[in-house]
Design a protein around this ligand. Structure first.
Ligand code: IPM
Ligand code: MG
Length: 353
């Protein structure tokens, strides 16, 4: 297969980890006889520095013209001025919106050898296997009005949480579809005791679930869902939720796995094009040191093969290689090891070979 892959390394540790994902994909290409063409574009803080905007048109166009996109991370203290007109994160949000990628899949699975890397007691971790399905182009991240104003000496800032029925429907449909290949349980997470948008979310979720008699849907308020993630994580199968709740809960869920550095994600829309990125940020404190964990990005590359290119065997090969490398002790510092970013990538490539 011939495929065009756009790399958006971004900021901080982004370039280091995407480079390892690229090398792993190149290894897959040579092993399975594919041709992957890579091109690298700017997004985030580095794009602001070079072009004044967080997502240059050229980058968005390149993504649209490709089969899949791999993103490292965006942001950092250099661009954190609260009064700045443009922020790196706007580049990421504009990409998600511009590419119509409204659904974000964040699988949370546990490697048995890493149970001790989690701060939670091992018995709480047995059987954890969760798919977080996070809405990605709506909710409070995109609602309007959104602004800041000063009146009579009082400064007010406004964000708006809004959802339309169709935005909820397509998410819950997707969650039910995914659940069919798993344990057939969907937990819809909201804050329906307070928010009108959540009451709509809950109502639409019920309507969709009624069309899927083989799926069990339950609803849970986000605060108690946060607690259940720590106390009874293995009781979850698929979690479907809005943009901000999904952002928060997926970082929380990553603690179960031992490191935020391990978790991949896929951002999908109606077509085949998807964007794949680790769920962690740009980690400015360790940027440039060559010690970041590339596994979240490497596993994101596996998701690209699965969802955008329909290369399930190749996707599994990467996942198995990562699993085996970890089993044999390939650990970066976040997992208590001492391997460099490069050495971890090399360990995965060696397993693939
Ligand atoms: C994530 C990140 C982003 C988000 C930021 C960088 C805008 O936290 O992908 O989880 O909030 O969606
Ligand atoms: Mg996040």
């Amino acid at each position: 297969m011939d495929a065009k892959i756009t790399l958006l390394p971004g900021d901080g540790i982004g370039p280091e980890i995407t480079e390892q994902a690229r090398l792993v994909l190149a290894e897959v290409a040579s092993k399975f006889g594919h041709v992957f063409q890579f091109s690298e574009k700017l997004v985030g803080g580095c794009a602001i520095d070079e072009t004044g905007t967080a997502l240059p048109d050229e980058s968005l166009d390149a993504c649209r013209a490709s089969d899949g996109v791999i993103l490292g991370a965006v942001g950092g203290p250099k661009w954190d001025d609260p009064n700045a007109k443009v922020r790196p994160e706007q580049g990421l949000l504009a990409l998600r919106k511009g590419l119509g990628l409204y659904a974000n899949l964040r699988p949370v699975t546990l490697h048995p050898a890493l149970a001790s890397a989690s701060p939670l007691k091992e018995e709480r971790l047995a059987g954890v296997d969760i798919m977080v399905v996070r809405e990605l182009t709506g909710g409070i991240y995109f609602g309007s009005p959104r602004h800041r104003a000063e009146k009579d000496g009082v400064v007010r800032a406004i964000d708006t949480m809004e959802y339309s029925d169709y935005e909820v429907r397509r998410m819950v449909q997707l969650a039910c579809k995914i659940a069919k290949g798993r344990q057939k349980r969907v937990t819809s997470v909201d804050k329906a005791n307070v928010l009108e948008s959540s009451r709509l979310w809950r109502q639409v979720a019920d309507e969709v679930a009624a069309e899927h008699t083989d799926i069990t849907l339950d609803h849970q308020l986000v605060d108690s869902a946060a607690m259940r993630l720590i106390t009874q994580a293995s009781s979850f199968d698929v979690i479907v939720t809005g943009n901000m709740f999904g952002d928060i809960l997926s970082d929380e869920a990553s603690v179960l796995t031992g490191s935020l550095g391990l978790l991949p994600s896929a951002s999908l829309g109606d077509g085949k094009l998807g964007m794949y990125e680790p769920i962690h940020g740009s980690a400015p404190d360790i940027a440039g040191k060559g010690i970041a964990n590339p596994m979240g990005t490497i596993l994101s590359a596996a998701m690209l093969l699965r969802h955008s290119l329909d290369l399930e065997t190749e996707a599994k090969a990467i996942e198995t290689a990562v699993f085996d490398a970890v089993t044999e002790g390939a650990r970066s510092t976040d997992l208590g090891g001492d391997l460099s970013t490069k050495a971890v990538g090399e360990a995965v490539c060696a397993k693939l070979r």
